[in-house]
Design a binder for this molecule. Structure first.
Ligand code: ADP
Ligand code: MG
Length: 389
């Protein structure tokens, strides 16, 4: 990112200001462990170098003035710190106010207003979690400007609560965790049950992660997401009549097979089966990566996609098409959808010397089959949310 360009964009909107500070918050890819961060499972995401930047200057008064280079049609959004209520035409400031409200609930006084120019390189609404990126960005800005003593873990948790309570999206903790706690060259094995975590070196050998954006908007994604959560709760309640568990992912696959006959509805059985088997796949995948067995890692990505397609039913035509195209290419070790599904992005693990031909074949095949272009780009694993300068 060209920092000088960002600064001059700030100046164009807000004029020349002193005390300019720069912040960055990444997006994330989840390598494996999908739809289990709300089932007490283990997930395996990384922060990426695509992300959201902010150029910020504190103000003497209590006004907050925001401008996003990605949503120029919104112009400057302005509000006063004394009134963080949800207005009807809120747009993206909903994420800013939501985070502010959580800081206040934790007893942090927000003293200074500020002007902020925001610009993100993550495609919005594609499952790379630009929303969590923005939430952590705002957390970091508030921390720096007001001098709070607060840990990144606490900012991760309050950012999730902002999305749950203020924005109204019932997301798990994974996105905020990966974004806040991300580390260059590492993936994070996160146990969402107790938030214990380990950094795992993401040594992909001679391979890269290719992000494949279907450009299919995730229509209905939020309602379907909540529906899946409801189904998991139903399956859990049935299993709890025979097993002493708090979450679906408390069961190993073997234990699940022993007791799963209490789930008397096929659809609920399949949802639970996905959660349990996906959790096992995360364990196997982290071992495969540690052993540098990228071939095995790729096979687990494929199994994950099939489980999300057949048992959890969150893929759809576009994601299935792009993943199947990837599977068909020489030099692709594995591929699967990533994020909530129903559209958005998939990832493929691709041998570096095959990258160009693979990209070409997928781009061409996708356009032919779906009728519009996909976006393909190589992901680099980067740092979590930080103050740049
Ligand atoms: P995802 O998190 O998968 O990218 P969401 O729908 O959860 O998709 O979040 C996208 C929303 O987050 C955008 O519509 C916008 O309101 C907000 N957002 C994300 N990035 C930016 C940005 N750079 N500038 C302003 N708002 C942003
Ligand atoms: Mg989001």
């Amino acid at each position: 990112m060209n920092i000088e360009k960002l600064k001059s964009a700030f100046t164009k909107v807000f004029g020349v200001k002193e005390n300019i500070q720069l912040f960055f918050s990444p997006g994330r890819v989840n390598l494996i462990g999908e739809h289990i961060d709300y089932n007490g499972g283990c997930v395996f995401p990384s922060a990426i170098t695509y992300g959201t930047y902010a150029v910020v200057s504190p103000r003497e008064d209590r006004l907050v003035r925001l401008y996003s280079g990605n949503f120029e049609e919104c112009g400057v959004i302005e509000f006063n710190l004394s009134d963080l209520s949800h207005t009807e035409d809120e747009h993206w400031s909903v994420y800013v106010k939501g985070v502010m409200e959580q800081f206040e609930k934790m007893g942090f006084e927000i003293k200074t207003g500020f002007d902020a120019y925001v610009y993100g390189t993550i495609p919005n609404g594609s499952g790379l979690s630009s929303s969590a990126s923005l939430e952590l960005l705002v957390s970091q800005i508030l921390k720096e400007l007001n001098g709070y003593e607060i840990t990144m873990i606490d900012m991760v948790k309050l950012s999730q609560r902002a999305e749950n309570d203020y924005v109204g999206v019932n997301c798990g903790i994974m996105d905020q965790f990966a974004i806040g706690m991300g580390k260059k060259d590492y993936a994070i094995k996160l146990n969402t049950n107790d938030l214990s975590y380990e950094y795992a070196e993401a040594d992909l050998g001679d391979n890269s992660i290719l992000i494949m954006n279907t450009n299919k908007k995730r229509e209905l994604a939020d309602s379907k997401y909540n529906e899946r959560r409801g189904e998991c709760d139903e399956a859990l309640a049935l299993l709890q009549t025979v097993a002493d568990i708090n979450y679906l992912c408390d069961l190993s696959e073997e234990e699940f097979n022993r007791v799963s006959n209490v789930i008397n509805k096929d659809v609920l059985y399949r949802r639970a089966k996905h959660a349990v088997t996906e959790n096992e796949r995360v364990k196997l995948a982290t071992h495969a990566l540690a052993a540098k067995d990228l071939k095995r890692f790729g096979q687990l990505l494929n199994q994950s996609h099939k489980s999300l397609r057949d048992d959890y039913e969150v893929t759809g035509k576009e994601l299935d098409t792009i993943v199947e195209l990837a599977w068909a290419q020489e030099g692709v070790l594995g591929a699967r959808m990533t994020g909530a599904g129903f559209g958005g992005c998939a990832i493929a693990l691709v041998q570096n010397d095959a990258l160009e031909t693979v990209k070409e074949a997928i781009a061409k095949g996708y356009k032919e089959k779906i009728g519009y272009d996909a976006q393909l780009y190589v992901a680099t694993i980067g740092d979590g949310t930080k103050t740049i300068a």
